[in-house]
Design a protein. Structure first.
Length: 247
């Protein structure tokens, strides 16, 4: 069951929004004052289902989640991966019926914020509304990059691009550094996100390891040749619109 309102959990949202925009002290305090109820969810558990009409948004506090759609015969397409600080169903503020599902990849802690409170926040602080809008526009930019990858890049380029993207997103919220980051995504998840078979995904990962570009140690990704991985995937971080980057 949800816990009592947890204002400390909103620090995660402040941290994320400050990676793409600058917030004033008053704006930060307003975000921290939002009512939020937290839950711990098991791995591979749905948070919101396709067809639901949610009355609250979900803020990821810990763990990894993904947006996805199920097709016939159990086929799954993953649209995006999400990390702490993300509100992957923010569009439910304006699109009242979910057209996809949101589920956990790992065990995850999530905070539920009522739509009414989010709308009131945006009305009282229009600039926060602009930052949330900016966040959805960054999401759209990420979708465009994924579309380019699916349509025009090799399997090697798609996987390399995703490694670069997720590393920078994690680095921006202080969850990665020194070209090391958590990587709980399985080969099946990768294939479902990038339109690749499990065999093809495995072959590419072996090739990357063989070239000394990356290593996967348990649930940790180590990028051993960042510049080469960027070149191989034609990765340009501009589309992430990050204002905060680690040195």
């Amino acid at each position: 069951m949800p816990s009592a309102p947890d204002t400390h959990s909103l620090n995660t949202l402040v941290h994320k929004l400050q990676s793409i925009a600058t917030l004033s002290d008053e704006e930060r305090q307003a975000i921290l004052s939002l009512p939020a109820r937290t839950r711990i969810l098991a791995p591979r558990q749905d948070i919101v289902h396709d067809g639901d009409k949610p009355s609250q948004c979900c803020l990821i506090l810990d763990g990894w989640t993904c947006r996805y759609k199920m097709l016939s015969e159990g086929r799954r397409q993953i649209f995006s991966f999400h990390i702490p600080g993300d509100i992957p169903d923010l569009q439910s503020l304006h699109l009242h019926t979910m057209d996809h599902s949101l589920g956990t990849i790992t065990q995850a802690t999530v905070a539920y914020i009522p739509h009414e409170s989010m709308r009131e926040l945006s009305t009282r602080f229009p600039r926060i509304g602009e930052v949330l809008w900016r966040d959805t526009l960054v999401d759209a930019a990420i979708f465009r990059e994924w579309m380019i990858g699916m349509g025009r890049k090799s399997a090697f380029g798609r996987i390399a691009h995703l490694f670069c993207e997720m590393y920078l997103k994690l680095e921006a919220v202080d969850l990665a550094g020194d070209h090391r980051c958590p990587w709980p995504i399985t080969q099946v998840d990768l294939g479902d996100a990038l339109g690749l078979s499990n065999v093809h995904t495995n072959r590419v990962l072996q090739e990357m390891r063989g070239k000394g570009l990356i290593s996967l140690r348990g649930s940790t990704l180590v990028i051993q040749a960042w510049d080469e991985l960027m070149r191989a995937s034609e990765f340009d971080p501009t589309y992430l619109h990050l204002e905060k980057r680690a040195a």
